[in-house]
Design a protein. Structure first.
Length: 120
């Protein structure tokens, strides 16, 4: 039985996507660690910034597989937004998503402002 080319292409794409998602993405943190505008108005320690980004990437390499694929995708997109990619933002997003899943299910959260009278 021969498979249609489109089906084979879709299967191959799924394997490539899954393999790519299994690896920590490569982000260009150059813009993130560069001073904005006048470096006197917005000073930044470029060496410290690059060091923090490198350390965050190393941590991601160790922990990447422990995060759900959907969270990895969402957080990678979020951490790359606006042209200022950041491994620190990526791992922060992933850790926050993980922390939310550990919260108790019933947190008695209100869906209305506290200034409104309670529903009867």
């Amino acid at each position: 039985m021969a498979f249609p080319r489109s089906l084979l292409a879709a299967i191959a794409a799924a394997f490539v996507t899954a393999a790519h998602a299994a690896e920590v993405p490569t982000l260009n943190v150059g813009a993130t660690c560069r001073p904005l505008g006048d470096d006197k108005a917005f000073p930044i320690d470029t060496k410290q910034c690059v060091r923090a980004e490198h350390e965050a990437r190393e941590q991601l390499v160790r922990e990447w597989a422990s995060f759900p694929a959907a969270d990895r995708t969402l957080c990678t997109q979020t951490a790359s937004m606006g042209g200022m990619a950041s491994y620190v933002a990526l791992i922060t997003c992933l850790e926050m998503k993980r922390a939310v899943t550990k919260l108790p299910g019933d947190r008695s959260l209100r869906t209305q402002p506290s200034s409104l009278p309670p529903k009867k």
